[in-house]
Design a protein around this ligand. Sequence first.
Ligand code: ADE
Length: 239
Amino acid sequence: MTPWAAHVLTLYPEMFPGPLGVSLAGKALGEGRWSLETVNIRTFSDNRYQSVDDTPAGGGAGMVMRADILAAALDSVPRQGRRVIYPTPRGVPLTQSLVRALAEEPGVILLCGRFEGVDQRLIEARGLDEVSLGDFVLSGGEIAALALLDATVRLLPGVLGAPESLAEESFENGLLEYPQYTRPIEFEGLTIPDVLMSGHHARIKAWRHAQSVQLTQHRRPDLWDAYQTRLAVRPPQTH
Ligand code: ADE
C-alpha cells in the first residue's frame, strides 16, 4: 500500500520537515509510514525577479499571491484523491474530527500562503479547503501546515506507541482531558489525589470524568454545550 502522502507548496521548503523530522512523526517518516514532499512555489515564477505576488486589485496594503503561478505549482502535483488545504485565519477551524478524516484519506496537499493571501480565483478554481488554526494571525501558512500534519500523522496506523491512549485524550470524547500525576508521591508539599492511589478503577474513572467535565465547563463552554447536545441526541451506551 502506498503510504499516506503529504505535499507542501511553500516559498520556504527549508522549514520542512523541521519538527516533523523528530520524535514520533520523524520516526514514522523514516519508516515510510508517511511521505513528505515540498514544492518551491518560486520555481513556478514567470519572471526574472522570481516574484510570485503582485499588488492587490482595488488597492490597499501588502501583496497577493498570483493565481496563475500558484495554479502552475499546484498542477505539478498529482492530486491522487487528496484535498488541497489552504491554511488561513479565515478558514474553518481545524478540529480533531477534521484531523481524523484526513488520516483516513490518501494524504493531503497543503498550500502555504504568505503576504496578504492568495488570489480568490485560485481558491475557487482549484477547490481549496480553507482551514484555520485559531483566532490569531501567523506570518504564513507553514507553521499551520506543520501543526496539521503533526496532528494527522500521529493518528496513522503504527505511528503512536500506545494507540489506546488516543481514546482518552482531549476532544476524542468531546471533553478536555483530566489532570495526570506520577511519582514522586509528594512534590513541594503537594500530594496526588487519594482516589488515584486507591486502585479502585470505577471510582478513578468517575473522578476523571468529573474533572474533565469541570475543566470543560470552565475553559470551553462552547465544547460543553456541544457535548450536552450530543448526549441529549445520543445517550451513552451502558453495555
Ligand atoms: N495563516 C496565518 N494565520 C493562520 C492561522 N491562524 N491559521 C491557519 N493558517 C494561518
